[in-house]
Design a binder for this molecule. Structure first.
Ligand code: NAD
Ligand code: GDD
Length: 336
């Protein structure tokens, strides 16, 4: 039997990079596509193409000959980024998502997975830190996060219409804040776990770091290994409705800072800045439907996942500081 050929778009980004490795380990032939190369390590994809998926011709080239498509490409970032560029993000993601869906359908791809987001949920259901976990059906009546969340909700529906009208096999995954090694950690697109790891890595024990908001806002955070496992299981399932993919371990941002500080071994104080973007006040994932459909849910605790994440980011911070200071990394010669 010949290998199944799969396409991962956004393979130069955080989740896509890890998903390519996961699929390669399972014996798939993988094509990775992105508008840029992976930032930190070379892709393990069998083939990596640089394409702009806002262009229909590039979407058609990307899906050609593929059995399945994991569509992860998006203009994406943490709350500082997505709340500051509504027009460009909404336009870019509308073009990518709608055209990738149509190109995959026309190319007779067997399954198409769309990476949606917890940002589809109504903002008024997320206005207190002790938030009720969000169930899939809560998405309507709609009041998603402007721009980025609105496009995700619209594209979910578009996928459902292709499924209902044409029998096209689509899968819809609503990620809750994903973190881990090789995720963006600076430059403005980083999310809270990576940003806090960077700030702690740069701080000396006893320093205060800047924390956006009063720190009482809550989230659940999912480690990347759980994320790619969940993506694969959802693709293989026969369920085509939207599914949350996240943990239900609710933590406030102050708690996140305290865990990172503990992992780093430093004493870290907080300097809250309520003028910075904060997004919703509280957000958690209700995993009942995920458990029903998959008999599985993400299980890696935040502290556990922050150990390798902090180790990687503090290594990056150190390597950059050495580069900037002009110190070449000289490998140690082991004593004979
Ligand atoms: P990421 O930014 O690391 O990866 C997205 C990739 O898409 C990037 O490498 C980017 O270059 C690529 N891309 C953007 N525009 C493109 C274009 N025109 N053509 C081709 N490639 C293009 O983000 P990620 O964290 O890996 O997210 C992957 C997917 O998961 C996205 O759809 C995102 O919206 C969704 N998501 C992620 C999270 C999270 O916490 N990481 C949460 C919710 C949803
Ligand atoms: N980014 C960032 N940087 N956030 C910080 C920081 C910081 O230095 N300090 C505190 N925070 C707070 C933010 O104010 C926000 O309240 C919370 O940490 C989480 O911020 P993000 O991780 O940036 O984003 P989010 O959880 O609001 O939304 C993210 O997750 C969605 C899925 O759950 C975004 O990445 C969305 O794009 C994504 O879809």
């Amino acid at each position: 039997m010949s290998k199944k050929s799969v396409l991962v778009t956004g393979a130069g980004g955080f989740i896509g990079f890890h998903l390519v490795n996961y699929l390669k380990d399972r014996g798939y032939w993988v094509r990775g596509v992105d508008i840029k190369d992976p930032e930190y390590q070379a892709s393990s994809a069998d083939e990596f193409r640089l394409l702009d998926l806002r262009e229909m011709d590039d979407c058609r080239e990307a899906v050609h000959g593929m059995d399945e498509v994991y569509n992860l490409a998006a203009d994406m970032g943490g709350i500082g980024y997505i709340s500051g560029a509504h027009a460009s993000i909404t336009f870019n993601n509308t073009m990518i998502s709608a055209q990738m869906l149509k190109a995959a359908f026309d190319a007779k791809v067997q399954r198409f997975l769309f990476s949606s987001s917890a940002c589809v949920y109504p903002q008024h259901l997320q206005d207190v830190p002790s938030v009720v976990p969000l169930k899939e059906d809560d998405a309507f009546p709609a009041d998603p996060e402007p721009g980025y969340g609105l496009e995700k909700l619209y594209t979910e529906k578009l996928c459902e219409y292709f499924c209902e009208d044409y029998g096209f096999q689509t899968r819809l995954v609503r990620f809750h804040n994903v973190y881990g090694p090789l995720g963006t950690w600076d430059g403005g697109k980083e999310k809270a776990p990576a940003a806090i790891c960077r700030k702690v890595a740069l701080a000396k024990s006893g320093d205060a770091i800047e924390v956006w908001g009063d720190g009482k806002q809550t989230r659940s955070f999912m480690y990347i290994d759980d994320c790619v496992e969940g993506i694969y299981r959802i693709m293989r399932s026969d369920y085509s409705g939207p599914l949350n993919l996240g943990t239900d371990e609710l933590v406030d941002v102050n708690g996140l800072v305290d865990i990172v500080a503990e992992v780093s071994g430093k004493t870290i104080h907080k300097r809250h800045d309520t003028s910075r973007p904060q997004g919703v006040r509280g957000r958690n994932s209700d995993n009942n439907r995920l458990r029903e459909v998959l008999g599985w849910e993400p299980s890696i605790h935040l502290r556990q996942g922050l150990v390798p994440t902090y180790a990687w980011i503090s290594g990056e911070v150190k390597a950059r500081a050495e580069r900037e200071a002009g110190i070449a990394h000289i490998p140690t010669i082991a004593a004979q």
